[in-house]
Design a protein around this ligand. Structure first.
Ligand SMILES: Cc1cc2nc3c(=O)[nH]c(=O)nc-3n(C[C@H](O)[C@H](O)[C@H](O)COP(=O)(O)O)c2cc1C
Length: 189
């Protein structure tokens, strides 16, 4: 059973070959839903979840398309990698599908993209942000520096990166990411 009786739980019963099976799942307090193509955003989402857990908040990170029931979480942190100025399609579609729920919950948004350390935030605002701000009214949003490993890129991606002379490396600022997770934990009370 759930330790915290306030947490939403789902119990499913199924019967096969004369056996009745019982499955029980408790939803943690906070969901970190992410979309990531090459893994760097996934690692940021997992670090945020880990930090929240260290601070005593129940939290789990899940890829957006693996989230069964977003309405079962009390708070949601949603993040996507940025490609060609936009969030990944699966993240944008997920937000659109769940907009009514998200508008009623405390929500934080993060984007992962800029490479290098001399990038101005305003230039990198993903194009969905004004719409999301209007529709969801997130409590806060952040843009985090990303990572780029040439070995993980497809041939067309490599060509694009070469054309724009995108720098290779891991520019993620873990201190800034953890500090943001701490601010979320404080806000959750
Ligand atoms: C083809 C390509 C296009 C990109 N376009 C952008 C962009 O428009 N804006 C941005 O900030 N970062 C851009 N990036 C950088 C990625 O967002 C960054 O590498 C990020 O960490 C990738 O996240 P992921 O590993 O979770 O997929 C691009 C990277 C590639 C390979």
């Amino acid at each position: 059973m759930c330790n915290d009786q306030d947490r939403p739980c789902v119990v499913t019963l199924s019967a096969a070959k004369g056996l009745v099976r019982w499955a029980h799942r408790c939803f943690p307090f906070a969901l970190i839903a992410y979309a990531s193509k090459h893994g760097s955003t996934q690692e940021i989402a997992e670090r945020i979840a880990e930090k929240l857990r260290q601070l005593g908040k129940e939290a789990e990170a899940r890829q957006v398309d693996a989230v069964a029931d977003p309405g079962s979480y009390e708070a949601l942190v949603i993040g996507s990698a940025v490609y060609y100025g936009s969030w990944l399609k699966e993240a944008t579609e997920w937000v659109h599908r769940n907009q009514a729920i998200l508008a009623q919950r405390p929500v934080w948004l993060f984007s992962v993209g800029p490479l290098g350390t001399d990038v101005k935030d305003a230039e990198q605002q993903p194009k969905e942000m004004p719409e999301f701000q209007q529709a969801i009214r997130p409590r806060d949003e952040r843009i985090f520096f990303g990572a780029l490993d040439h070995n993980k890129l497809s041939f067309p991606e490599r060509m694009v990166v070469k054309a724009v002379r995108g720098p290779e490396g891991d520019f993620r600022d873990w201190q800034a990411i953890e500090a943001w997770a701490e601010s979320i934990a404080r806000d959750l009370g």
